[in-house]
Design a protein around this ligand. Structure first.
Ligand code: NAG
Ligand code: NAG
Ligand code: NAG
Length: 202
């Protein structure tokens, strides 16, 4: 092969390296994700004019996406990345004009609310407050709000608009979730029950 054909490529790669080296990547990138409230934060030393940050978002089956943050803000609300059936990958890049840094952290952050996801970060929900009522025939009634209704809806920051029907209810079906009721301190042997609970709010 002719060496000359390589030269532009090598030159281009070298230029990319130089350009990348000019803009420092963000440091100390952390993701908080709990109760469908997700915030990505990072540090940056030199807040020069025109500095912007691009939050790079990938998801399973979704096309890559980015949101822009102007400095001096060094955080982004990504609560809309809370679909329990999806896994996300996120990183942040510093951009000055045409020049940009490498993305940080280098391996990006993978996260999901799906408990069996392969992501390094599994985000969690607190169980909503539970009302327990004893019924006359030895049964108990356990009542609590569906976590999706508690944490997901009425989120002004949510980018995906929930479709509401005429009655103002969420027309999308609520995701099924499981919970366990464990009886302790009872005369008969303890019974553990697991109940799949999905409501189609009517
Ligand atoms: C990253 O965090 C470390 C430890 O808290 C701190 O010393 C350092 O200054 C931070 N980096 C930036 C760019 O702020
Ligand atoms: C981008 O980097 C080049 C050098 O590679 C520099 O000449 C140019 O001024 C930089 N642009 C900005 C907006 O910083
Ligand atoms: C639990 O009980 C309180 C007080 O009676 C009531 O306000 C609340 O709505 C109940 N929550 C559920 C989920 O039933």
């Amino acid at each position: 092969m002719d060496l000359a054909t390589f030269h532009p490529v090598i030159l281009f790669l070298a230029l990319v390296q130089v350009v990348l080296a000019l803009v420092e990547p963000p440091a100390n990138v952390t993701l908080e994700c709990h109760n469908m409230h997700n915030v990505l934060r990072w540090d940056y030393d030199q807040l020069v004019p025109g500095l912007r940050f691009r939050v790079n978002i990938g998801s399973i089956g979704g096309s890559p996406n980015g949101i822009w943050v102007d400095s001096p803000t060094k955080q982004a609300d990504v609560s809309f990345l809370s679909d329990p059936s999806n896994e996300y990958i996120i990183s942040v890049t510093a951009v000055i004009g045409q020049n940009e840094s490498g993305s940080a952290p280098p391996d990006a952050i993978e996260f999901s609310y799906f408990k069996d996801a392969l992501s390094e970060r599994i985000c969690s929900l607190d169980l909503p407050s539970v009302n327990v009522t004893t019924l006359h025939d030895g049964k108990i009634l356990v009542r609590f709000m569906h976590p999706w209704l508690l944490y997901k809806t009425n989120k002004p920051s949510s980018q995906k608009k929930s479709k509401r029907n005429k009655d103002g209810q969420i027309s999308k079906e609520l995701p099924v979730f499981r919970y366990m009721v464990e009886a302790v301190h009872q005369v008969r042997p303890s019974i553990t029950s697991e109940v799949a609970y999905g409501i189609d709010k009517a």
